[in-house]
Design a protein around this ligand. Structure first.
Ligand SMILES: Cc1cc2nc3c(=O)[nH]c(=O)nc-3n(C[C@H](O)[C@H](O)[C@H](O)COP(=O)(O)OP(=O)(O)OC[C@H]3O[C@@H](n4cnc5c(N)ncnc54)[C@H](O)[C@@H]3O)c2cc1C
Length: 378
């Protein structure tokens, strides 16, 4: 029996647990894996002098192509600013923030901590909460509600169990793990959506999935691992089987890049079903600092990306649709009324990114809405 039960052990889930503990609630967290959050390289916070919350909102709405919930976008962008007081984002020698420009942002906006902000923040929260949250390793298979209590069944292998909670935060991530060629782990299959729909929750935009344009097809050791697209701004290019460069527009969004690659594949100009992503034009000092993890990863598989291109293809990366929530992360029914005690945050929800997520906005989303969900649940 607990006050708040969080389902999901990614950043949205741990952030919710942290916020609920801070409000004095007893918290348990059930998860069957770590999800995508440890892979978050960078996230968006408008800290540059020529950037602003309004510009961030504008970029997010433009990128979402009319399919965002503007109220959620407003919360995302306004609350993001507080993150700069909370976390020690990397800085340059002159004290300015080290920023990357993700696809879809009109200015450099992506902050990081040692190129691994997701893993860094997860480790910190888990350390801080080590004796404050009961962690259960399991897959939640059933969620029911009687009067004012939820009953949660979980199982993994031969182990199964039941918990009771006053409120529940669903933070089970997206469903892209269902696809054979995807950069998501297989446990991400949209369970949280099923659990909430069974309690009457509404969903939105379930046809919207974002493809990561540059996911490794080869070498086999790196298959399904994405290559960061910000390299495009630093001189990387795409080439087809004939060696011709395509996609001259460096400011294209992820969906436009994926479509351009698909057009090459359909026109018979692919290489083994993909195209070349060529980072040899990125200055060596940038490759060996900002992109050193990619350089090392490929080197470990025998590919020197300072001299050779990478073979990539688009793969399902982020579910854009999901549960309908309001600005307090309450899960809503189709008539707009909240389901008492049920909250959700992160990739399991829809409406924040619309039809196309800006690179870096998911990391911001899980920190901002995870906290709100935890506070609301507590
Ligand atoms: C390779 C990669 C790199 C990325 N890089 C970036 C980046 O640099 N910047 C950015 O903004 N975004 C990035 N993203 C997107 C971002 O990682 C995700 O959108 C974000 O991590 C989602 O967080 P989450 O907490 O909602 O879900 P997740 O982190 O995916 O966590 C979901 C959790 O729910 C658990 N779960 C699922 N079903 C059940 C169940 N039935 N019972 C119990 N537990 C369950 C999972 O095991 C996991 O613990 C990247 C995505 C990928 C795949």
């Amino acid at each position: 029996m607990t006050d708040v039960l969080v389902i999901g052990g990614g950043l949205a889930g741990w952030r919710a647990a942290e916020a609920a503990v801070k409000r004095g609630a007893s918290v348990a967290l059930v998860a069957n894996g770590v999800g995508n959050s440890p892979d978050i390289h960078a996230l968006n916070v408008p800290v540059r002098v020529d950037d602003s919350v309004e510009r961030f909102i504008d970029d997010t709405l433009t990128s979402g192509k009319g399919a965002c919930d503007p109220k959620l976008v407003e919360v995302l962008c306004r609350e993001s600013v507080k993150l700069a007081d909370e976390f020690p984002f990397d800085r340059n020698a002159d004290g300015s923030y080290k920023l990357l420009q993700p696809l879809g942002c009109s200015v450099p906006r992506c902050v990081s901590i040692d190129h691994k902000i997701g893993a860094w923040i997860l480790a910190k929260i888990k350390r801080d909460l080590s004796d404050k949250v009961e962690v259960i390793h399991g897959r939640v298979t059933q969620l029911s509600r009687t009067s004012s209590l939820f009953t949660i069944h979980h199982s993994l292998g031969d182990d199964d169990g039941t918990c009771t909670a006053r409120s529940v935060v669903i933070a089970t991530g997206g469903w892209c793990g269902k696809y054979a060629f995807s950069d998501n782990p297989p446990e991400l299959r949209g369970d949280g959506i099923d659990l909430a729909v069974n309690l009457g929750a509404a969903t939105r935009d379930m046809d919207l999935v974002q493809y990561e344009p540059t996911v490794a097809l080869a070498p086999a050791k790196l298959r399904c691992i994405p290559v960061i697209t910000t390299m495009l701004y630093e001189g990387a290019t795409f080439r087809n089987r004939l060696g011709d460069e395509f996609l001259a527009d460096k400011h294209a969004n992820k969906d436009e890049i994926s479509r351009a690659i698909l057009a090459e594949i359909k026109a018979g100009r692919s290489v083994d079903g993909g195209v070349w992503f060529d980072a040899t034009g990125v200055p060596r000092e940038i490759l060996e600092t900002t992109y050193i993890d990619t350089v090392r990863r490929y080197a470990s598989a025998g590919v020197d990306i300072t001299r050779e291109p990478m073979l990539v293809a688009p793969a399902p990366h982020t579910s854009l649709g999901g549960l309908v929530i309001d600005a307090r992360c309450r899960v809503l029914r189709a008539d707009g009324s909240p389901i008492p005690g049920l909250f959700a945050a992160g990739e399991v929800t829809g409406g924040v990114h619309g039809a196309n997520r800006i690179g870096g906005n998911a990391g911001t989303e899980v920190l901002v809405f995870g906290r709100i969900a935890g506070e609301s649940a507590a």
